[in-house]
Design a binder for this molecule. Structure first.
Ligand code: F0G
Length: 433
């Protein structure tokens, strides 16, 4: 299987060896992607991938590497670093559907991953490529989940993880993971976008391998989220796939996966992608809403309590533009209050997620009310992170202490405050009724 890197810019399309350490096209500066000469029969692949679910082999137990024919960039599979990522459930959520005005909705919950977010799907591939290239140190800037994931995979592989995080802007749950998994942790007095520029210089100078989603192998791994979803649905594509948008790596990965699955004959239609951003951090929404697109309108000081998607200048926007356009999808933005309430509703389904993930349900509600999503549509929302990633946010919401970035109060519409009671059976019984 011939695998290469190719420049994403249609006017360039320069090709490079799959083993070149590149993050942008040396000729034109464009984004890079992996490309393959696929020659598979769809029915054979479906059968093979289903059979592997019965296997105890290391790679077959991974919900990413089980689908390895779909991203054959490694010559030698002995380099694979796996923590048995993927294998995440698709959960029906009738209560959330009612909240959003839909007849039904399902959540593909990536928070069930080893480090609690969808980043593990990509990181297993990025870390494996680092091993194949003989790297010793890996780095990323992160709003918290990429760093938690990279720290785990790098340490599992014996690589040194170095993470850069915007000081004071990530949740303790995520920071704690990075420390526990042994990452050298640098808190920088700058925002995500500024730090990404900084580490690109450092990676070059020090020969460190970059594992942000600009790394094409991360994107290859994240494709598995869509493949696993379709496999779980017996290859029936839904009408909509809804996801939060930050740096737009996931949007790029999902779109690429859907196009490639369609080309291979694994699915017969493309679901529409709906990307949801937080209002204070919504450059892609702004860009897609303008009739004349022009220059990408980066947000200099992005703001949102959904810190995972607090990104003003998403690197993968050119890819995301293609994917949203190809699938005839949409981009929506939602307020802090809408995210917080939608998150509480996902919690009431017994499912739970972190704030950024809840942007999906808030977005679906808006899009259904506007008639963009039909109420009988078959909708899958991807919950990107685990409920325990940001407990501070949850406690504040339920106790009426959550404040939006500008300082205005967020209503605890579905608040559930703990009650302090005396050690007295009669009084507690009276309270419980
Ligand atoms: N949801 C969660 C929980 C995330 O952690 C992220 C991104 C996103 C959504 C947005 O995904 O960037 O592919 O559009 N988190 C990154 C990080 C940026 O550093 O952990 P995207």
């Amino acid at each position: 299987m011939q695998a290469e890197l190719i420049c994403f810019e249609q006017a360039c399309r320069a090709r490079y060896a799959i083993t070149d350490v590149l993050y942008n096209c040396p000729k034109c500066g464009g984004l890079l992607e992996a490309t393959y000469a696929f020659a598979h029969d769809a029915a054979d692949l479906k059968k093979l991938w289903r059979e592997r679910r019965m296997s105890n082999a290391r790679l077959d137990q991974s919900g990413v590497w089980r689908y390895r024919e779909f991203f054959p960039f490694l010559k030698d599979l002995e380099h694979v670093v796996t923590l048995r990522e993927g294998n995440t459930p698709v959960l029906d959520a009738p209560r959330a559907a009612r909240y959003a005005g839909l007849e039904r909705v399902a959540f593909k919950h990536q928070g069930y991953n080893p480090t609690g977010s969808f980043k593990d799907n990509g990181m297993t591939c990025g870390a494996s490529q680092a091993m194949a290239l003989g790297m010793t140190r890996v780095a990323c800037v992160s709003t918290g989940n990429t760093s938690a994931s990279m720290a785990a995979y790098a340490s599992a592989a014996g690589l040194q993880p170095i993470i850069f995080i915007p000081h004071g802007n990530i949740s303790y749950g995520k920071l704690a993971q990075a420390l526990e998994y042994g990452a050298k942790t640098l808190q920088v007095e700058a925002n995500f976008d500024q730090i990404l520029a900084l580490i690109r210089v450092l990676a070059e100078r020090l020969g460190i391998y970059l594992l942000n989603s600009i790394n094409p192998f991360r994107i290859e791994g994240q494709k598995s989220i869509m493949v696993e979803l379709m496999d779980q649905r017996d290859w029936q594509a839904p009408d909509w796939v809804v996801l939060p948008g930050g740096n737009l790596g996931n949007t790029s990965a999902f779109g690429k996966a859907l196009r490639e699955m369609k080309a291979l004959g694994l699915i017969d239609k493309l679901p529409k992608l709906a990307v949801v951003q937080a209002e204070g951090s919504a450059p892609f929404f702004d860009f897609m809403s303008r009739p004349e697109r022009g220059v990408f309108p980066a947000v200099e000081h992005p703001e949102t309590l959904a810190t995972a998607i607090k990104i003003g200048d998403p690197v993968s926007w050119p890819k995301a533009l293609l994917e949203v356009t190809t699938t005839e999808g949409v981009v929506e933005k939602v307020t802090e209050q809408e995210i917080a309430d939608a998150k509480a509703q996902i919690g009431l389904c017994g499912i739970g997620c972190e704030p950024a993930s809840a942007a999906t349900l808030a977005g679906i509600r808006k899009l259904t009310a506007a008639g963009v999503i039909d109420k009988s549509a078959d909708v899958v929302a991807v919950l990107t992170g685990n409920v325990l990633k940001d407990p501070d946010y949850i406690y504040k919401y339920h106790t009426g202490q959550l404040k939006a970035p500008g300082g205005s109060a967020i209503l605890s519409t579905y608040g559930n405050e703990p009650v302090v009671v005396p050690n007295d059976a009669d009084r507690i019984a009276a309270l419980l009724g």
